[in-house]
Design a protein. Structure first.
Length: 83
């Protein structure tokens, strides 16, 4: 018999998310509709202390949607191609 722990233990790899400014703002601005503006989300990212951690996570996990670390999916793809 196995028991699940609730709440689940936090993943140390994701601990940075607790300090992320996006967690305190409107999530829709970070996942705009196709053709929608990314300006507001990117503005929030410029002052976020975990921006680098966020971008690193998105690149490592091939996040395909949304603004992560101040970059759109297209910008992250370009960054990966250059690496």
């Amino acid at each position: 018999m196995s028991f699940e722990v609730w709440p689940p233990p936090s993943d140390p790899e994701l601990a940075w998310q607790e300090r992320a400014l996006c967690a305190q703002t409107d999530p829709e601005s970070f996942f705009p509709e196709k053709g929608g503006s990314t300006r507001e989300a990117k503005r929030v990212c410029t002052t976020c202390e975990v921006r680098d951690d966020c971008l690193e996570y998105a690149l490592a996990h091939d996040e395909r949607f949304g603004i992560w670390g101040g970059l759109s999916e297209r910008e992250r793809r370009k960054l990966k191609k250059r690496a």
